[in-house]
Design a protein around this ligand. Structure first.
Ligand SMILES: [Zn+2]
Length: 330
């Protein structure tokens, strides 16, 4: 029996859609729970090429919902994209998979899209600022973008292309209750629903030649679901999809430091990753990609791209002060 027999047997899918899928190149930005779920379905279904981009390493707190990862990945502090590529390739060796261990920023997003020319971009993100950036970049490059988000028990997924509204039309401001972080938690079933809806949009597009232009919204805790047709929500004066003013693409960087629960991020230069650390800093664990550090009661994660995450601080200034003290002063 042929590998993809069961999906080809579905009347609207058939061998024709299978061939289209095998010629498709998708880019997934962010491979946490959502992104790794999307990646698994696309790879098992036999997509032609998949590019995965993410800046994080696997941690134990990811494992309850992020189906792409195992305990061994967390213990080895593996970058998510490398752990996921290995797993995906073991699921389907026919798919071309490219792993990019990097942060998506205003300075690099256009070159990522230009280099890889994906047919579709899928959202596995947990930060709205980056979603708005992806919205601008995909609009500029005229690449379809499937938005998906999960918070707590709530899921929302909708497709964006130049015929319909963009993210800016639908949500001019990041919804207050939807801003990322560890604050609201995530229920695993909600994530799996979201990744399935996102993949279903891709399949629908391949089967029918067009997106649904429906926003799917589900709350698995309340047991509520609705589907809203969004094609008429394109704003007359949208700065992004009507006026093509790409504010976020022009920013030099998204932010210097931010709060996420009690986590603060500080950016150093990538070469600072190899700088000599102060003897007062305890290196708990390290590999070529990341160092887990401890200084007084602060725990820190230092990434090879220069990002330093400081945990356990109630006070931003204290954390910033600690960030200044981790290196040997010359
Ligand atoms: Zn718009």
């Amino acid at each position: 029996m042929k590998r993809y027999d069961r999906q080809e047997k579905f009347h609207a899918f058939g061998n024709t859609t299978q061939k289209k899928l095998q010629n498709l190149c998708a880019l997934i930005i962010g491979v946490g729970a959502l992104g790794s779920g999307i990646a698994e379905q696309l790879v098992r279904s036999g997509i032609g090429k998949l590019i995965i981009v993410d800046r994080d390493i696997v941690t134990l707190s990811n494992l309850h919902r992020q189906s792409g990862y195992l305990e061994v990945d967390a213990n080895e502090m593996k970058p998510k994209v490398f752990a996921l590529k290995e797993r995906l390739q073991a699921m389907n060796s026919e798919v071309k998979i490219e792993a990019m261990n990097m942060e998506v920023l205003p300075q690099n997003i256009l070159s990522i899209l230009e280099t890889h020319q994906p047919d579709v971009v899928l959202d596995g993100l947990d930060r709205f600022e980056t979603r708005y950036l992806v919205n601008e970049a995909t609009n500029k490059m005229r690449i379809p973008y499937i938005y998906s988000a999960v918070l707590g028990s709530q899921v929302s997924v909708f497709p964006i292309d130049s015929n319909g509204p963009c993210l800016q039309c639908i949500m001019p401001e990041p919804p207050e209750t939807m801003e990322s972080c560890a604050l609201h938690g995530v229920l695993p079933p909600a994530v799996h629903i979201a990744s399935s809806f996102a993949v279903a949009e891709v399949f629908n597009y391949l089967m029918t030649g067009m997106f649904s232009y429906d926003m799917k919204w589900i709350d698995i805790y309340k047991g509520e679901m609705k589907s809203t047709h969004i094609v008429n929500l394109k704003e007359e004066d949208c700065p992004v999809c009507r006026q093509h003013h790409y504010q976020r693409l022009k920013q030099s960087t998204i932010e210097g430091e931010y709060y996420c629960g009690n986590v603060i991020q500080v950016r150093y230069a990538p070469e600072d990753f190899d700088k000599l650390l102060s003897p007062n800093v305890n290196v708990i664990k390290q590999n070529q990609f990341v160092k887990l550090l401890e200084y007084r009661h602060y725990k820190m994660t230092f990434f090879q791209d220069g990002r330093l995450l400081i945990y356990g601080s109630e006070n931003k200034n204290d954390a910033l002060e600690v960030a200044q003290l981790i290196f040997v002063t010359t």
